[in-house]
Design a protein around this ligand. Sequence first.
Ligand SMILES: [Zn+2]
Length: 130
Amino acid sequence: MRNKDIPEYALSVLREHGIDTVPFDVLELARGEGIKVYKNSDVRLLCPTEYGRIFCHNDKSIIVYDDTRTHSQKRFTVAHELGHYFLKHREEHERFERYLELQRIRHGRHVERQADIFAQAILNPKITEE
Ligand SMILES: [Zn+2]
């Protein structure tokens, strides 16, 4: 998906989930997809420099976020990880972590930028009445 197509796609995701008011609960959006979200202070899976990460295995996905950050940082982190999920960054390789590693080498921050665009779009959506 091209970067410029992401905001429209992100809004279609919100519409599919019946979200038409802002701000909305990003955890609710995750729950709607069956994604469990964990505080890192409970599971301790993040590296010290990480804000969050999505772990995908077969059909299951979990998001872990650094719960020591501010409210808006935590919200953005979960939205960013949902961006990886909805933009299907996980499907290119069986193991998402390995995929990210390869992406960092091959494409630098491309997928990270895409997930940020998605997060911005769902957190600041221009939702219009149909
Ligand atoms: Zn990311």
